[in-house]
Design a protein. Structure first.
Lengths: 110, 633
């Protein structure tokens, strides 16, 4: 997956408030469609705030509002990611997304 | 006269059905490449189609939600439509389409076809089985968009009338096609491809339509049956066993009818009958408790009419949060459970973390406090878990004890120690519990801030018990039984530790089974020790959820089982068909078997004898229990 080509929002807006957190995938099925959809949905609820997830090990990035970009990270259980949010709602967006990760996206254990 | 033919697949959704077969076929044609107007016109057409498709998906989402009566049980049914919506809005998709329309100057339909093709290629290249499944979803999204753009992709979806009561056979179905079939009231769904985890199966369970997936050859079989004429087109479907029969003989039809009648009873009345206590045919009461991971499950647990909570996994609660919970958080969580079942036992297992159940925030805390070395935290040695970790971090232990004492205002809370290997561990936890009780008693009444409907009472010490999940605990069972108020046998871990098996290794764990002769003897010994000391003993491993094992467990002398809420109604029903005295004799025979295979074979044949062709061992996992919307505490 190429990194953010042809996407209008690819870079975080300059001079904006940037909130950074480290998160880990705890749920067994990893970052599959359902968690990716939850992230995209929540990101879209803050339209003027951008979210980028970066896989710590590979450096691959994905925009929070793109399910496809998130899926293409192929991130399995145990993967650690850096979460960067920028914009007026950066803090609440980052907090909410971090919560989703920590709760294993509310997926019950197999 | 055409012959009866049987097709075997995997059970997708429980239930028995019969009806005339109907084949659904879809064809995919790539749209015309040449645009009909200028790029801006094609782009406008795409945006309109996108908006329409999203609106359709929203409608389907509402419909799926109205069918699923318990969010706790079927969030998966609605999740499919949520993901469609997300993909339809996805910037990657939008940008690929835009680029094709403006740069390559193609039609909107062709751009969509191309874009989704490229995305499928990207996702298929991603190393993960769950993500690879998305290529099916992408076809559905493509279908949605192309339909709105006017390209005729779908054909063969017959007029509604002929769908009523039909057994529909297809290669695989899209969720939007599923909805059409649901509305049209088909009898059953059969797919050539897919498995019980496919979206078709998930939705079929959601809408309670019998379904069989992965039935190889059924499509060809259905087509030849139709070609042979109306006589040959009756199909029978068994959604639990995963069996489809074309042109059934009258004997086969009779068997299916018997099963279908039983299933009708089961389907409608399983819920009602679960309300009653489970009594064996000779009058022995077997209590069936629920396992819980969070206080959010109280409505699912009430809906299954559990006799109480047999196991609350504290580590699940800890894992559900970013940071370690505070004492107030834990108190609130346990109190919510205890309050939901005021006259039933609610058993809290103290935090069982370490080894393969590591909690990052906890490990960090333990290392920071010097309670665990960094090497230990990184390598997670086999024995560093359960009560051993608790006894290193006494603050955390006492915090949980105080929370349990506070939650015990009605006297129904029980506290359970995980991973016990010696009596000294019990002593130390008991001391912590007493100290917790003293600390909480010193607090002014009503300090917890909530006004209970019952009058504030002096908190009492919760009953203390132990998990029997190590060989050491089994060996010491007679001594332990005199020290505690109850036992709970964790067969999953006990099996692992006794047979020396790594849960993570699939090959090796095939041998792991509660029916292993070594385990039978261990279970026997544990139950005997509990009975001699006069304390209750329950079993909370996976073996409790599996109906064929019910007779084994009852025959061993167990009268309390704890399992996942959805398995409770069928388990209770199975218990009602068992004679406890006979079960005891059966277990005596089982113990004479020298091998695991020998025991398993006896169990399976016994189950079949009991239920004949009426019920399959697999049925337990395929029944969705309909929940009530509010807890009926």
């Amino acid at each position: 997956m190429t990194r953010n080509d042809n996407k209008p929002n690819s870079a975080l807006p300059p001079h904006a408030l940037v909130v950074s957190k480290e998160v880990e995938i705890v749920n067994p099925l990893g970052l599959h469609t359902r968690p990716s959809t939850l992230i995209a949905k929540r990101t879209r609820e803050s339209p003027d705030t951008a979210l980028v997830l970066t896989c710590l090990r590979t450096g691959q990035q994905a925009q929070g509002e793109s399910v496809i970009a998130l899926l293409s990270l192929g991130a399995a259980q145990g993967t650690r990611l850096r979460l960067n949010a920028a914009g007026p709602a950066a803090q609440s967006l980052a907090d909410d997304i971090a919560q989703l990760f920590a709760r294993g996206f509310d997926e019950s254990p197999p | 006269m055409a012959e009866e033919r049987v097709f075997k697949g995997s059970g997708g959704a429980a239930g028995i059905a019969r009806g005339p077969v109907l084949v659904l076929q879809r064809s995919h044609d790539c749209p015309e490449k040449a645009p009909q107007g200028r790029p801006s016109d094609e782009w406008a057409a795409f945006e309109a189609a996108q908006a329409e498709a999203i609106a359709r998906v929203d409608m389907m989402l509402d419909e799926a939600k109205s069918f699923a009566d318990d969010e706790a049980h079927s969030p998966q049914g609605t999740a499919i439509f949520e993901s469609y919506e997300a993909i339809l809005r996805d910037p990657v998709l939008v940008n690929l389409v835009k680029s094709d329309i403006f740069n390559a100057r193609v039609s909107a339909g062709f751009a969509v076809w191309n874009a989704l093709g490229r995305i499928r290629g990207i996702l298929e290249g991603v190393q993960s089985p769950h993500i690879a499944e998305k290529s099916v979803d992408l076809e559905n999204v493509r279908g949605l968009l192309l339909e709105e753009l006017g390209a005729n992709e779908s054909e063969g979806l017959a007029p509604s009338l002929s769908l009523v009561g039909a057994v529909v056979v297809a290669t695989l179905l899209s969720p939007q096609e599923m909805l059409k079939l649901v509305r049209a009231r088909v009898a059953a769904i059969v797919c050539e491809q897919g498995s019980r985890n496919s979206h078709v199966a998930i939705l079929a369970r959601n809408f309670n339509i019998p379904a069989v997936l992965g039935a190889r050859g059924v499509l060809a079989g259905a087509q030849s049956a139709l070609a042979a004429g109306a006589d040959a087109s009756l199909f029978l479907v068994d959604g639990s066993a995963g069996v489809v029969v074309a042109n059934p003989s009258s004997d086969t039809q009779r068997t299916f009818e018997a099963r279908r009648a039983y299933w009708k009873l089961l389907g409608k009345e399983l819920h009602e009958r679960a309300r009653l206590p489970a009594l064996t045919t000779d009058g022995q009461h077997v209590e069936v408790f629920a396992n819980a991971d969070s206080s959010l499950e109280t409505s699912a647990i009430s809906a299954a009419y559990a006799d109480g909570v047999g196991l609350f996994r504290m580590e699940s609660y800890f894992l559900s949060r970013t940071e370690l919970p505070s004492e107030a958080d834990v108190t609130r969580e346990i109190s919510a459970l205890a309050a939901a079942f005021p006259s039933k036992p609610v058993t809290i297992r103290l935090l069982d973390a370490g080894a393969d159940k590591s909690i990052p925030a906890l490990s960090a805390r333990l290392v920071a406090k010097g309670l665990v070395s960094e090497v230990e935290a990184l390598t997670n040695p086999m024995g560093l878990r359960g009560v051993r970790v608790l006894l290193r971090d006494t603050e955390l232990l006492q915090m949980q004890c105080r929370a349990a004492v506070r939650a015990n205002s009605r006297g129904n809370v029980r506290v359970m120690i995980p991973f016990v290997t010696g009596l000294e561990e019990v002593e130390q936890v008991r001391t912590a519990l007493m100290e917790a009780w003293q600390a909480v008693s010193r607090e002014t009444p009503g300090l917890s801030g909530k006004t209970h409907t019952s009058r504030p009472q002096t908190p009492t010490v919760p009953v203390l018990g132990v998990m029997i999940e190590t060989p050491a605990a089994v060996a010491l069972a007679d001594l332990l039984a005199n020290e505690v108020g109850f036992f709970s046998i964790g067969t999953n871990d006990l099996t692992q530790h006794t047979l020396v098996i790594d849960r993570a290794s699939a090959e090796v764990s095939k041998c792991a089974d509660a029916a292993h002769p070594a385990l039978l003897r261990f279970l026997s010994r544990t139950v005997e020790a509990a009975n001699e000391a006069g304390i209750p003993v329950s079993l909370c491993g996976e073996a409790a959820s599996e109906a064929p094992y019910a007779e084994l467990l009852i025959g061993l002398g167990l009268r309390q089982l704890s399992c996942s809420p959805h398995a409770i109604p069928l388990l209770k029903e199975t218990i009602r068909s068992i004679d406890a005295a006979e079960a005891h004799r059966f277990v005596t025979a089982l113990k004479k078997e020298k091998t695991l295979e020998g025991v398993r074979a006896l169990l399976q044949s016994r189950f079949r004898e009991r239920f004949g062709t009426v019920l399959e061992p697999e049925d337990a996992s395929l029944i969705a229990v309909k929940g009530s919307q509010k807890a009926s505490a």
